[in-house]
Design a protein around this ligand. Structure first.
Ligand code: SF4
Length: 249
């Protein structure tokens, strides 16, 4: 992510992002009102937030092409799927729901086995240390490298766009430090992600940050977790994202 702050942007860009926020808020709150605070809401919200971000990001691609900076991402690349992905409870429930509805039982069993093996290697590690182990996301098909949960992928996966595959590979190989990304895509992703979080928080579901692999395992082990989260309970405690220790702690 870049360090560009909304307050540093020209007035016109700030107004544009405010418009994105208002459009996303209206659409996401409508989903909550229609569906109600019951299991399945996370899947309904995932469908909407993915559609919103797709729609808002659509003009970014031709603009980049015009500027001669093409997006390097392509289906089946998957180089970035060894990064540590922080997700929210709803993103986890939506992904579990999607995989169970769309994948054969043996594929779901294989994903669970890969998740257990990945978690055994990387649970609780500091993100860079975890990344150095090149632990692939369990949702990635090991043969095709495609994301088996693409239509319900978490927001960080949807919004992560690279402008240079060579730099992605260098980071993957542990010899590079950063990947050039379109600032506009990052800002739109942040707006949609935060708007989604505020909508859930306003409805009473607590804000939580979870590491994706551990969160999938925890959600599969606790099928009632979505209902309790929507009722206001913090859930999936074993999957909490890495927190750097402060000097005082
Ligand atoms: S959920 Fe899909 S896109 Fe995201 S890290 Fe896993 S395989 Fe990659």
């Amino acid at each position: 992510m870049t360090g560009t702050k909304t307050a540093d942007l020209p007035e016109e860009a700030q107004q544009f992002l405010l418009g994105v926020y208002e459009r996303a808020k209206a659409r996401l709150e409508t989903v909550i009102q229609r569906h109600g605070l019951r299991p399945g809401l996370s899947a309904a919200m995932a469908q909407e937030r993915i559609a919103i971000l797709d729609h808002e990001m659509a003009p970014v691609f031709p603009a980049l092409e015009q500027a001669g900076t093409r997006v390097a991402c392509a289906k089946g690349c998957g180089v970035c799927c060894t990064l540590t992905i922080d997700v929210t409870p709803d993103e986890t429930f939506a992904l579990v729901d999607y995989l169970e509805r769309t994948q054969p039982a043996e594929t779901v069993a294989a994903i669970k086995a890969r998740a257990a093996a990945a978690d055994a290697r990387g649970h609780g590690l500091e993100p860079l240390a975890r990344h150095r182990l090149r632990i692939a996301c369990p949702v990635q098909d090991p043969q095709t490298m495609a994301c088996l949960g693409h239509a319900a992928r978490p927001t960080p996966c949807q919004g992560y766009l690279s402008l240079d595959l060579g730099r992605c590979e260098a980071v993957h190989d542990g010899v590079g430090r950063d990947v050039p990304q379109p600032t506009a895509a990052n800002m739109l992703t942040n707006v949609v992600s935060h708007t989604r979080s505020y909508a859930f928080e306003d409805a009473g579901a607590p804000r939580q940050s979870l590491e994706l692999t551990a969160a999938l395992l925890a959600a599969w082990a606790d099928p009632d977790a979505e209902r309790r989260w929507l009722a206001g309970e913090a859930v999936l405690p074993t999957a909490a994202s890495y927190q750097a220790e402060t000097e005082e702690s």
